[in-house]
Design a protein around this ligand. Structure first.
Ligand SMILES: NC(=O)c1ccc[n+]([C@@H]2O[C@H](COP(=O)([O-])OP(=O)(O)OC[C@H]3O[C@@H](n4cnc5c(N)ncnc54)[C@H](O)[C@@H]3O)[C@@H](O)[C@H]2O)c1
Ligand SMILES: [Zn+2]
Length: 338
């Protein structure tokens, strides 16, 4: 029996050990358009079998190659060709790259139609498919997009078994982040079991935390900023050193822990290092280009006085957002330099 969770009034999330029902009840729906990616193709075919209405099927380029204006434009033309109507539904089956494109296509097609997600990576299940952010990359990452909530997210945790280890680890980095923000039991589970933690419980608990944060703050005015834990330094080193997002966020959480110790007195740096290592994630990076990282974050030494808001921990499950200064950033970079 699938577990049911809600994200605000917008989204019903179903999590199961096999594929839960994909489409919410809707009498006037005539067809669905399924968008997927190479690694999720088999699952998308399985979805096409069970939706119960005629479907068309499109395999997008892999990963962020799908998140371009060209792919989106070709997708709009395709939707016109298959005659997808106002009462119809786009279903995104894949990782976060697919759910981002499917969500944005749905937000823009006929000024907005229903979208449903079937996330097939752990990261998409716990992060990308939840919360209504959609987007494509134009000049910078996710610069064009819209808030557009899926009506349903249907998660089959058995599909994560085929994920390559590095892709699975990325999901665990975000799951640990949500544990630090809001779920002590999930934190204990990840500390005790590492990547052998029971996936269904990891998914349900992580979604529970993100749903609570997003439900309270749809457009990330304040509350949602805590979800950026580990992402300030993480995004900068991801860009400068071409790390994977998961690896960058893992290292970024150690940096955030070091700043937390200075700002709130709560020092979880050693625990972060041990737990991340237990998940097979990195905690430091040799040869960080500090000038470029400072520049990207907007905290170079010349601009002293200027501050940047950063998500920190005052304790486990007690996130705070504080303005930090250049000396905090230097301490953070020291903490992640071997
Ligand atoms: N909208 C949001 O709130 C949000 C949040 C986090 C990340 N994102 C976005 O998500 C994207 C990253 O998503 P991702 O990490 O899920 O990966 P992805 O979509 O880039 O896919 C990663 C790889 O896994 C393969 N794959 C997918 N499902 C598989 C399965 N079940 N078995 C085997 N292989 C499979 C894919 O083909 C691809 O090669 C980024 O573009 C990021 O910006 C969005
Ligand atoms: Zn992230």
């Amino acid at each position: 029996v699938p577990t049911r969770l809600n994200v605000g009034d917008w989204t019903e999330v179903l999590v199961g050990d096999e594929l839960p029902p994909v489409l919410p009840e809707r009498p006037d729906r005539e067809r669905v358009a399924i968008l997927t990616q190479p690694g999720a193709r088999d699952l998308a075919e399985q979805v096409a079998q069970v939706v119960g209405v005629p479907s068309d099927f499109r395999v997008l380029p892999d990963r962020d190659e799908a998140k371009t204006a060209e792919v989106l434009s070709a997708t709009w033309e395709w939707l016109a060709g298959i005659g997808l109507g106002r009462a119809d539904t786009i279903v995104g089956v894949g990782g976060g790259a697919v759910t981002d494109v499917a969500g944005f296509a749905a937000a823009t097609w006929m000024r907005g139609i229903e979208v449903v997600h079937v996330p097939t990576t752990l990261l998409a299940a716990v992060d990308a498919s939840i919360g209504g952010k959609t987007g494509i990359n134009v000049a910078g990452k996710n610069l064009v997009g819209a808030f557009w909530h899926p009506t349903r997210v249907s998660v089959d945790v058995s599909c994560f078994r085929s994920l390559p280890a590095p892709v699975l680890r990325e999901g665990f980095a975000e799951a640990l982040k949500t544990a630090y923000l809001g779920d002590r039991d999930l934190q204990d589970l990840l500390v005790a079991h590492g990547i052998d933690a029971p996936l269904r419980e990891v998914v349900e608990r992580s979604i529970g935390v993100k749903a609570a944060v997003v439900g309270a703050d749809e457009r990330e005015a304040h509350g949602r900023m805590v979800l950026n834990y580990g992402h300030t330094v993480g995004h900068a080193i991801e860009r400068v050193h071409a790390l994977s997002h998961g690896d960058a966020v893992a290292i970024g959480m150690v940096a955030a822990a070091a700043v937390s110790a200075r700002r709130t007195g709560f020092d979880a740096t050693p625990e972060h290092r041990a737990t991340l290592a237990g998940l097979g994630l990195p905690t430091e990076f040799a040869g960080i280009d500090r000038d470029r990282v400072r520049d990207l974050i907007g905290l170079d030494k010349k601009r002293s006085g200027a501050g940047v808001r950063m998500a920190l921990l005052a304790d486990y499950q007690r996130p705070v957002v504080e303005v930090v200064d250049p000396s905090d950033l230097e301490a953070a970079l020291d903490a992640i330099t071997p």
